[in-house]
Design a protein around this ligand. Structure first.
Ligand SMILES: N[C@@H](CCC(=O)N[C@@H](CS)C(=O)NCC(=O)O)C(=O)O
Length: 207
């Protein structure tokens, strides 16, 4: 059986796939397909993901794209506690992964870009304020959920936590103020300092 191939540089959404591969102890090869230098639009990669986006995986001939789908697939395939066997708990992992992708990712990405990472002359405070407003409800919902238990599904870390924490990583890394949502702040610290996350962060933060 061929080793799992993970396409994508660590400074992309491939970060979350590298993180889960570490959590699950999956032997893998990282292919440095870069969304920013043309390699993600090269003919060879377009056969793996016609969208020309990373991450994408090749699991012994099975191709898959969309970071959340990839992570749910790998978690289910390799188990190890990150993926529940009960259907309702499983559905909660889908819920939180879709929540991260649809209710948090775009707005948080715009806050991070416009407050922390774009060159100062390109930043827009109006974009920051508009997206902070859009984030109020989902962050309050997440904070309330984390007030009930240390992790989204209860007592232990699952792929649900990884999906959501990975989407908030950029903000956390840039020391975004999460003091208004203290449960999120403490949970992010727990999730983003796990050994497998530290290894994935090393690839990203060193780049
Ligand atoms: N919904 C996709 C989005 C993938 C995506 O946009 N990846 C970025 C890098 S983080 C990319 O490849 N951008 C290049 C492009 O969109 O052409 C996922 O979650 O995997």
């Amino acid at each position: 059986m061929a080793k799992l191939k993970i396409h994508g540089i660590a400074r992309s959404r491939a970060f979350r796939t590298l993180w889960i591969a570490g959590e699950l102890g999956i032997a893998h090869e990282q292919v440095q397909t870069n969304w920013n230098d043309g390699t993600a639009k090269a003919a060879g990669f377009l056969k793996v993901n016609p969208m020309g986006q990373v991450p994408a995986i090749d699991d012994d001939g099975f191709g898959l794209s969309e970071s959340m789908a990839i992570n749910l697939y790998l978690a289910k395939k390799h188990g190890k506690g990150l993926y529940p066997s009960d259907l309702k708990d499983e559905a909660k992992c889908w819920q939180w992964s879709f929540f991260a992708a649809t209710s948090l990712e775009r707005s948080m990405g715009l806050v991070v870009a416009n407050r922390y990472t774009l060159p100062p002359e390109k930043r827009s405070e109006a974009q920051v304020q508009e997206n902070l407003e859009a984030l109020k409800r989902p962050l309050a919902v997440l904070d309330a959920e984390l007030g009930r238990a240390p992790y989204l599904l209860g007592q232990s870390f699952t792929v649900a936590d990884l999906s959501v924490a990975a989407v908030l990583y950029g903000a956390w890394f840039n020391k975004h103020d999460f003091s208004g949502t203290p449960k999120i702040a403490a949970w992010l610290e727990r999730c983003l300092t796990r050994p497998a996350c530290l290894s994935a962060r090393k690839l990203r933060e060193a780049a």
